[in-house]
Design a protein around this ligand. Structure first.
Ligand code: BES
Ligand code: ZN
Length: 651
């Protein structure tokens, strides 16, 4: 396929997306008379079934927010000014909105514009179509939308003071990925439509505002009685899911000159100590795959209701406090979110069906950072834990959902958030690495990030890139790699070689000894084990175990709980792994630990599986789950309640 000067042609993209060159919405121009010019233009946007936008007609280039955070009404209100380019003659733009109160839409001179919202889809929200006089060639225009969010905006969580560590100030934060930014910013909310942005946010003066952008006001500016304004700008074009905000009583501690930690003041020292390796991680990442392109890299440690482990918001990763284990044992999460600064934020999945391009590349890169900093054995343990997770996922999912390229037609993009994208994606890249050798693979991968920086990437364009720049016509290599099988077929192709961790050999032996051969827990060399070895031990399950049949007695569970001191365990990954075993055995003595865990953090990766396990245990589990969920739910983010409601029901 055609590629010149390192730019992928719009034509190539149209063909890659199924040969429909006539399909509008591909590339930066639709002027087919100017084919040769179009062929040189970089990929500028991609059509996406999870967005109502029609960027081939009119496209948002820049978003300027001017919003006030009101904790009494739990709303953000103000204006979003959108800079738009459009095809000559275009007289409307379609945006994505969900659950917003639109007050009016005006042009740059303040004259009202006509607009209309379409019917509501529960996941995608509504199209907001704004009409204006026809565009002239080359014109750029601004429209200004006056609006307010609703208290139940799915991206936002408004916390009461009691839900924070400090207990005295409220807190608010956003989570945009995958399709939630449209619940607080009216724009074209597709990962294939990049936009620069800036913001002025007004908030109560005893709080600070941080965003995934450069801060322009170190200490805020007065904005009326008791209110302070904070300004930000993001000059790199980003997909809208990466626009993020947090407002709360937060403070900053530097790690080195370009990295640091934000958190509530009472947690700051602990968070900084835990995350101090971040500075070296950025150095290591740059040595692997080229310059960090975003300026600062800071981490915001959120209150415990943050629904994810981490979120790669540019310049400011958002992280769950459950990674603060006290011994830096869970910092691979930082390596992961940092790696997204290349895989995801620089080269971005064009649609959610290409999600593996974000997460699979990131898990691969994350593990390379961990290997460089902590050695090959730690990296292999992490790979091996990932492979264990992937094996259970492959056993549980319908085969069609175990392909890397997903079919999400009519589905929530969240359905694609499985270990397939993460671990099968990384396994695929490790297979390529093993086949061509690390040196060659690294050259290609570094080039891939450079060639495609600030562009959307489809699975088909990835294939084109790697075939052009790595395979380069070598037919033997092409067949050895089995790339089409990895991407378009279910399960693991025959060239997959699972990781082998020597450190796990004695762990597996101890697990078999305790779990299968019924030896006492005192035979487990727990004290000498790292967190990863402990995770491996607790993830052990009898071969071919299905359903919920008990495989341990209450006496064994009590022995395990007491000997490993699991009631006092502070590492969230280990508590979670233990509680999964306990719930699956209806082990009543662990219920207080379970109740405490589920009412003190809201990370979906822990909350959803535990409620799902409870539900699977019939009356025993359901009689615990129902009142517990009623108690815990008000503390959870909409992302978490949205998933758990589907299991337990809405209390
Ligand atoms: N970008 C993801 C989180 C995400 C994915 C949010 C899809 C919404 C939709 C983030 O990078 C991530 O993968 N987080 C993981 C941690 C990671 C170490 C695997 C998580 O939150 O558990
Ligand atoms: Zn990720």
């Amino acid at each position: 396929m055609i590629r010149r000067l390192g730019l992928i042609s719009t034509l190539a993209l149209a063909t890659a997306l199924g040969g429909c060159a006539a399909m509008p919405g591909l590339g930066s121009r639709s002027d087919t008379a100017a084919v040769s010019a179009a062929a040189l233009a970089p990929v500028d946007y991609v059509r996406d079934i999870h967005s109502f936008a029609r960027p081939e007609i009119a496209r948002v280039r820049h978003v300027a927010l001017d919003l006030t955070a009101d904790f009494a009404t739990k709303t953000l209100s103000g204006t979003a000014a959108l800079d738009i380019t459009a095809e000559p003659g275009a007289d409307e733009i379609v945006l994505d909105v969900r659950n917003l109160d639109i007050q009016d839409v005006r042009d740059a001179a303040g004259a009202p514009l006509q607009y209309e919202t379409g019917s509501v889809d529960p996941i995608l929200g509504q199209p907001l179509t704004v009409r204006f006089p026809a565009f002239a060639p080359g014109e750029q225009r601004r429209i200004v939308i006056r609006y307010a969010t609703r208290p139940d905006a799915a991206a936002l969580q408004w916390l009461t003071p009691a839900q924070t560590a400090g207990g005295r100030q409220p807190y608010m934060f956003s989570q945009g990925q995958a399709v939630l930014t449209r619940t607080w910013v009216p724009t074209q909310d597709s990962p294939g439509i990049r936009q620069t942005w800036d913001a002025r946010i007004v908030a109560p003066s005893d709080l600070k505002v941080v965003m995934s952008a450069e801060g322009l006001t170190a200490s805020g500016e007065p904005a009326g009685p008791g209110m302070t304004a904070w300004r930000f700008r993001m000059t790199n074009p980003v997909p809208p899911y990466l626009i993020a905000i947090a407002v709360g009583d937060v403070a900053f501690a530097a790690i080195d000159e370009r990295t640091g930690v934000w958190s509530e003041p009472s947690m700051l020292a602990g968070a900084r100590a835990e995350l101090v390796s971040t500075a070296q991680m950025v150095d290591v990442a740059e040595r692997l795959y080229g310059p960090y392109r975003w300026g600062r890299y800071d981490i915001l440690v959120l209150p415990p209701s943050f629904p994810f482990g981490g979120m790669e918001n540019p310049r400011l990763t958002f992280a769950t406090p459950t990674i603060i284990a006290g011994d830096q044992s869970l910092v691979s999460l930082v390596a992961h979110e940092l790696a997204h600064s290349w895989s995801g934020n620089l080269v971005t999945n064009a649609t959610w069906a290409d999600f593996w391009l974000n997460e699979g590349f990131t898990v691969y890169f994350e593990n390379r950072i961990m290997e460089a900093l902590y050695g090959q054995e730690r990296a292999l343990m992490l790979q091996s834990l990932g492979w264990g997770d992937l094996q259970s996922t492959l056993a549980d999912l319908p085969p069609a959902d175990t392909r890397l390229k997903l079919d999400l037609t009519g589905r929530d993009p969240d359905d694609g958030l499985t270990d397939v994208a993460y671990e099968k994606g990384a396994a695929f890249l490790r297979t390529i690495e093993r086949t061509v050798g690390r040196e060659r693979f690294d050259v290609w991968l570094k080039g891939y990030f450079e060639r495609n920086a600030f562009r959307p990437m489809t699975t088909e364009l990835f294939l084109e890139d790697i075939r052009t720049d790595l395979v380069a016509g070598d037919a033997a290599l092409e067949s050895q790699l089995m790339m089409d099988a990895w991407i378009y077929q279910p399960g693991m192709p025959s060239n997959w070689q699972p990781p082998v961790s020597n450190a796990f050999v004695p762990v597996d032996a101890a697990a078999r000894g305790f779990f299968a051969d019924k030896r006492p827990a005192s035979t487990i060399p727990w004290a000498g084990w790292s967190t990863q070895e402990r995770q491996r031990f607790l993830a052990w399950r009898p071969e071919g175990r299905t359903g919920t049949a008990d495989w341990l007695t209450d006496a064994q569970l009590a022995d395990l709980e007491a000997t490993l001191n699991l009631r006092q365990e502070g590492n969230a990954e280990l508590v979670f792994a233990w509680l999964q075993i306990a719930v699956q055995h209806r082990f009543q003595p662990a219920v207080p630990t379970l109740e405490h865990f589920l009412t003190t953090m809201g990370r979906r990766k822990f909350v959803l599986p535990l409620f799902t396990s409870l539900w699977a245990e019939g009356d025993w589990g359901r009689s615990i789950a129902t009142p517990l969920y009623a108690r815990a739910r008000p503390g959870y983010h909409p992302v978490t309640t949205g998933s758990v409601d589907a299991v337990v029901g809405r209390p």
